[in-house]
Design a protein around this ligand. Sequence first.
Ligand SMILES: [Zn+2]
Length: 212
Amino acid sequence: MRAAASPVQEWMDGFLFVANRPILDFLNTKPVLAGGPAELLPDVRALERWLIAAHIVASPRTKATLRRWRHSPEAVTFLHRLIAFREKLREAVLQIEGGSPPSDAFLAEVNALLLQHPLPALLHKREGKVLLETAFDLRRPADLWAPIAAATADLLAETDASRLRKCESCVVHFFDTSKKGSRRWCSMNICGNKLKVAAYQKRKRARDKSRR
Ligand SMILES: [Zn+2]
């Protein structure tokens, strides 16, 4: 996972990474761009690219496994379920942002995924230090539920809900890691500047009007 303080590249391989939480970045794979709502995960190849851009799949071996699934009907079925899950997650996140807990049905669905697809963590020694790292074995497309379910559980149970927010100007959600907790936009480049310019023009119009 990226450190919040490091400068973050907002777009990677055509995907938006502004949320400070991988599971919210996943939610943001359906942003509204200039041309309207955009589905950034239209096929298995796009999912493969997203998993790599999000660092969920990193090893050469798992990347090779993903490549083999490009034309797999099982992977297509998984993607359809994943997209349906993303929209339920959106509903849950909107509920949390509105001050309510997510529905029991959604918790039951996440619990079923956690039980069926546990995310193992293993100890590794690196440079004299012992590290606990998640490891999931990718044998079939449904194994990809493991990191998705674990990240969803982490978001629902471990995330400060008051820092979970939707951009004031678009559909993108993010976890606010700013010092003051006053972040309002998905990104300064995407919505921040647009709104600042609009606010400036509004003030200017009002000023011009009062001078007339
Ligand atoms: Zn925005």
